[in-house]
Design a protein around this ligand. Structure first.
Ligand code: HEM
Length: 486
């Protein structure tokens, strides 16, 4: 072990002691940091990482896993070279644990395939396309309010409502079908959660990083069954849409569905058009669709849940949001331009993402020996960027745990470090869906604020944050929704 580690040791470029540049995390056993995570719960892992990053006092953290040094960045200043790099674009091993689920979709792919797909998919998130999606977001928001109105209690668990809204919205915008119209939608929602649970079990047990061992001793059969369910779900819709697309090309059908409604644009349409040009095959389409649905669902629903909680806990911010939307006009006639004007609400969303970034850290693999921040990392090292810690650096955000949307007022951001808050990541592999996500969240928040006063139940002190595929809480978050008389 030590021989291998010595071969893979990190060095400084100028030969100075490593301790000047990084905090070297002492391992819990003679096998470096290999077993540091063993037996940790998701909340325990979250605490363990915060504890390491606090102990480093702003320095990056260096740890050693089997023949893989891990360099963890916790400050905006140290993230500059990372985000500006044109080399650090490959995803490391633990992302590959999602490979069976997402294939070579945009999140996991690398090199030419990623570049080609990124270019191909960028138009699917263009302003004009977002304009089309606004109607879907409004319809789903109205449906959500109807469901909330019919509930026997005014106490709600925020994830429950945010998840349903986000999944319905992403499926309709990505695939062009309403979740209600499809059989198996409840099963799909549940299965996504079960896939996440098995993914986490693999994360905590490094032996299960190896596919062979996972197949022999892990929950592989169960995992395969879950994957079949979600893949079949998206595959069926893709097949149906493909047929519709073919008929449309032949001029055999109108651009209307079976109920006579005009078909709206969906991201899948971009992919089908590219398939017709020979730029992507059926498997590629499935991978990209599964990636949209996965990336666009939990991330947005988590941010929405924390936003609802923050507004409940900060009535003054809620009042400002309501004042901002008071002169907007009829909800059903609002346009993307109207939502773009909601600057205070946008600050609320950004401040929520600063405090609770749905993706708390990102990682890259060094495909070759890499020089970064005065260090030489051997090939195959991993670099993590801890968005959670960067976003809470008191140097850029004094009183960092406090919820203060005004931090994002234009006059307060001009002099701030460009990577001081990076919830959507930055650089070439930043989030392709960030404008989509902000618009979607604004629409549903406007609808909730027009209909309900949001009152607090759960407090921040009641919550323990934990690592899932995305940031989660061990406890449920509850708020009270008091209907506003019209
Ligand atoms: C609040 C909502 C969201 C947050 C906080 C968020 C955050 C992120 C972050 C941090 C990354 C970088 C991941 C990495 O480097 O490993 C990312 C990538 C990505 N996101 Fe988002 N995301 C959100 C919503 C969405 C939505 C709604 C979609 C699609 C509709 C989406 C699609 C993607 C895709 C496809 C990538 C991979 C991009 C690439 O590697 O080229 N995201 N997101």
């Amino acid at each position: 072990y030590y021989v291998l580690c010595i071969c893979k040791r990190v060095k400084t470029e100028d030969g100075s002691p490593l301790g000047n540049k990084v905090y070297e995390l002492p391992g819990t056993t003679i096998f470096g940091n290999t077993f540091d995570f063993k037996d940790l719960t998701p909340a325990g892992l979250f605490k363990f990482v915060r504890d390491c990053n606090n102990r480093s006092q702003g320095k990056s953290v260096l740890s050693y896993y089997p023949v893989t040094p891990l360099y963890s960045i916790v400050k905006a200043e140290d993230a500059v070279e990372f985000f500006q790099s044109t080399e650090l674009l490959q995803k490391p091993i633990f992302y590959q644990l999602l490979q069976d689920f997402l294939g070579d979709g945009l999140l996991l792919s690398s090199d030419r395939k990623w570049m080609h797909r990124r270019k191909m998919l960028t138009p699917a998130y263009h302003f004009n396309i977002l304009r089309e999606f606004t109607t879907t977001f409004k319809e789903e928001s109205i449906r959500l309010v109807k469901r909330l109105d019919s509930m026997p209690t005014d106490v709600v668990e925020v994830h429950e409502i945010s998840k349903e809204f986000a999944l319905n919205s992403i499926i309709e915008t990505a695939l062009g079908v309403k979740l209600d119209d499809i059989t198996g939608s409840a099963e799909y929602r549940q299965t996504i959660n079960q896939i996440e649970d098995i993914f986490l079990e693999r994360i905590f047990n490094m032996l299960f990083y190896f596919n062979g061992l996972f197949r022999l001793f892990g929950k592989y059969e169960k995992y395969k069954r879950h994957l079949n369910i979600v893949h079949e779900f998206s595959n069926n819709i893709i097949q149906k849409k493909k047929e519709e697309y073919r008929q449309k090309q032949k001029g055999a059908t109108e651009d209307v569905d079976e109920f006579g409604k005009k078909n709206r644009y969906a991201m899948l349409d971009t992919l089908l058009a590219e398939e017709a040009k020979g730029n992507i095959d059926h498997q590629g389409i499935c991978d990209e669709v599964n990636t949209f649905m996965f990336e666009g669902f939990d991330t947005t629903s988590t941010c929405l849940a924390f936003t609802i909680m923050n507004l409940a806990l900060h009535p003054e911010a809620q009042a400002k949001c309501r004042e901002e939307i008071s002169n907007l006009g009829e909800f059903t006639s609002l346009t993307v331009m109207d939502f773009n004007k909601l600057m205070y609400l946008e600050c609320v969303l950004k401040e929520t993402l600063r405090l609770y970034p749905s993706v708390p850290f990102i990682s890259r693999k060094c495909s070759t020996e890499t020089r970064i921040n005065g260090l030489i990392l051997p090939a195959n090292s991993q670099i993590d960027v801890h968005i959670f810690d960067i976003n809470r650096d008191p140097k850029h955000f004094p009183d960092p745990s406090a919820f203060k949307p005004e931090r994002y007022f234009p006059e307060n951001t001009v002099k701030r470090h460009p990577f001081a808050s990076v919830a959507f990541s930055a650089g070439a592999r930043n989030c392709i869906g960030q404008k989509f996500a902000l618009l979607e969240m604004k629409v549903v928040m406007v609808s909730l604020l027009l209909n309900y006063e949001i009152l607090p139940i759960t407090k921040v002190e009641d919550l323990n944050l934990e690592y899932g595929i995305i940031l989660r809480t061990s406890e449920k978050i509850h708020v009270k929704l008091r209907k506003i008389a019209k």
